[in-house]
Design a protein. Structure first.
Length: 244
């Protein structure tokens, strides 16, 4: 009777240089992207805590000058004065209940002089894209209250703002520095988002800082999952059968 011998199949770990380097770079990038999304989520939660804390503070007078912009983030401010419709702008690509439109940004001149502050008076529908709307502006002296919002300083813009004859302009992003360089008066480095109970505004459903934070956390785990999966694939494909 013939005796069949059992042969053990042996493997060895033999990674190749170029694929290994490529895997290391890809895994490092994925891990970094995961931490980038995670840090964005943590920043949103920190801003949300500051936002909630500011809600319980009484409104303060509009400052004549700002040296520490972070001290004014989300702070409730109030001022008496009038709007200047000559330098009003429309902020493009604003969505409300899945409808496209604009945010109306109007400069507010405080009584007694001082720096001008831009006031976001809310959202209006787009209408005919070929013709910019001309939102109405209160002409009398009024009292405004709202929360100070600091626009992002870094953004990507595809085109330069389009201007009409009476300064009503279409802007892709709210660049306060560029705006200040275009007008004949000093401008405070934040925007006042008009309270919903103040007249002279439009649709005002202001977003909170922590909106979509779950999306950032999900993206973080997704990138880390990609990195782990790639690492497992790299280990698996580099185990090779030993030559006889």
């Amino acid at each position: 009777m013939a005796i069949r011998k059992k042969h053990n199949v042996n493997f060895e770990f033999r990674p190749q240089l170029i694929p290994t380097l490529a895997a290391i770079v890809a895994i490092a990038v994925m891990v970094k992207l995961g931490f980038w999304q995670y840090n964005k989520a943590q920043q949103k939660l920190t801003l949300q805590a500051a936002y909630v804390a500011r809600l319980h503070e009484p409104p303060v007078a509009l400052p004549a000058k700002v040296t520490d912009i972070e001290a004014w983030r989300y702070r409730h401010v109030t001022a008496s004065g009038h709007y200047d419709p000559r330098y009003q702008i429309l902020l493009d690509n604003q969505v409300e209940n899945e409808s496209a439109g604009y945010h109306v940004i109007t400069p507010f001149m405080p009584d007694g002089g001082g720096a001008v502050v831009l006031v976001d008076r809310g959202w209006i529908p787009m209408g005919d894209r070929a013709h910019l709307p001309i939102p109405s502006v209160p002409t009398e002296t009024i009292q405004i209250t709202g929360a100070a919002w600091v626009p992002p300083s870094k953004f990507f813009e595809l085109a330069t703002p389009l201007q009409s004859q009476d300064w009503t302009a279409l802007w892709q992003n709210l660049d306060i520095k560029r705006y200040a360089a275009s007008v004949p008066f000093p401008v405070l480095p934040f925007v006042v988002r008009l309270d919903s109970n103040v007249e002279g505004g439009f649709v005002r459903n202001w977003p909170q800082p922590a909106e979509r934070v779950e999306t950032n956390i999900g993206y973080a785990w997704q990138w880390w999952g990609f990195a782990f999966t790639l690492a497992c694939i790299w280990v698996y494909v580099n185990f090779r059968r030993k030559p006889a």
